[in-house]
Design a binder for this molecule. Structure first.
Ligand code: TXA
Ligand code: MG
Length: 341
């Protein structure tokens, strides 16, 4: 049992938050994608607290969050193609994996790998916080391992109140899903995690990229260690409804199953759901759906009587690829169409 008080800071109180970080404490911070769990990246004891708080396996390395490209050069080799990505897309929701310079980052950050992931967020609050500490901070998503990422300070406190020293609250994070992760240490470069920036954005700058974020089979070694773990899962079972025309059948199937169910979908679909069924509105388009996805999954955790959630699919192109990647993981790959087979 921890007796630590979790301070809630406004963006105007960056100095106080930075002081806690410099004292070796864990402080959550906003980015344009999701909230991150911060600790000074060069302080192994502070970084160990992040793993402990998240219940994160030690072989799953952390992102190193920086305020300037110059900070990256102190810890890693910036290849010419990586430099082009930084010039075009930073600050922004792109995490770049680079070869590390030996001995500069604690092994606890990299999970013992010879590479590390670097990110320079678009959020000025994040960059101000790092500038105030003067050194990079680790920034895994600020959720308990296996749970949906946090897009609001309330989500962070739900998972970590009394466990971490503070959270900087800048309101809901605009994008709603984590950054695109691209591995620049392989040829062609590999997208390990889809995000707002996809091949259509990256390939004009660096040429062909490969997608390497397929479902990782048991026993297989994934490129991004985090990909092998269960992810984004609320307590209820999520089942994806792919085709808009399937909703009447899916609602009938859920009702016939006899389990208490809820629906996570756009207002247009929610208008067809029987009254009394708990619902969470994703918003009218893919941007709004992505922005609301994790908040919706977490909302159903606060309604523990619901044990089945029907969730709306979107076409897996552009931002939709990132949305469907997260939703598919939260559902453990379960789709309504396959329930019928
Ligand atoms: O948008 C984001 O990226 C958020 C915000 C807070 O910045 N952070 C985030 O961190 O999503 P995290 O730790 O939840 O996800 C980082 C992913 C994990 O899947 C991890 O395994 C992978 O990046 N990763 C980190 N270092 C790596 C490396 N050296 N090689 C391959 N994958 C790596
Ligand atoms: Mg995460």
């Amino acid at each position: 049992m921890s007796t630590m008080k979790t301070n809630r800071f406004t963006p105007a109180q960056i100095t106080e938050a930075a002081a806690l970080l410099k004292a070796g404490e864990v402080v959550a911070f906003p980015t344009e994608t999701v909230y991150g769990l911060g600790a000074i990246a060069t302080d192994p004891k502070a970084v160990a607290k992040v793993f402990a708080a998240k219940h994160r396996p030690a072989d799953n390395p952390l992102i190193v969050t920086v305020a300037t490209t110059a900070m990256v050069a102190e810890y890693a080799t910036i290849t010419p193609a990586a430099q082009q990505l930084m010039t075009v897309f930073w600050p922004g929701p792109l995490t770049i994996i680079l070869p590390v310079l030996p001995g500069r980052l604690p092994a606890v950050v990299t999970g013992g790998l010879s590479t590390a992931a670097f990110r320079l967020p678009a959020s000025a609050v994040t960059r101000d916080l790092i500038a105030a500490t003067g050194v990079p901070i680790v920034g895994p998503s600020a959720n308990l391992s296996t749970k949906p990422s946090a897009t609001k300070a309330e989500h962070v406190l739900h998972d970590f109140d009394g466990v971490i020293a503070g959270v900087v609250d800048a309101g809901p994070t605009p994008v709603g899903v984590e950054s695109t992760v691209i591995d620049m240490t392989v040829t062609p470069p590999a997208i390990l995690r889809p995000g707002k920036l996809g091949p259509a954005d990256l390939e004009p700058i660096i040429g062909p990229v490969q997608a390497d974020h397929h479902h990782v089979a048991a026993g297989e070694t994934p490129k991004a260690p985090g990909m092998k773990y269960k992810h984004y899962a609320p307590a209820a079972q999520v089942v994806i409804v792919d085709a808009p025309a399937d909703w009447p059948a899916a609602l009938a199937w859920a009702k016939a199953s006899g389990t208490a169910y809820g629906v996570l979908a756009s207002p247009a679909i929610l208008a067809t759901v029987p009254s009394g069924v708990p619902t969470y509105a994703l918003g009218g388009d893919i941007q709004a759906a992505t922005h609301n996805l994790f908040a919706g999954l977490r909302w159903f955790d606060l309604h523990p009587s619901v044990s089945l959630v029907l969730a709306q699919a979107y076409p897996a192109t552009g931002l939709g690829a990132a949305y469907m990647n997260r939703l598919d993981k939260s559902a453990g790959g379960r789709h309504f169409a396959q329930e019928q087979a």
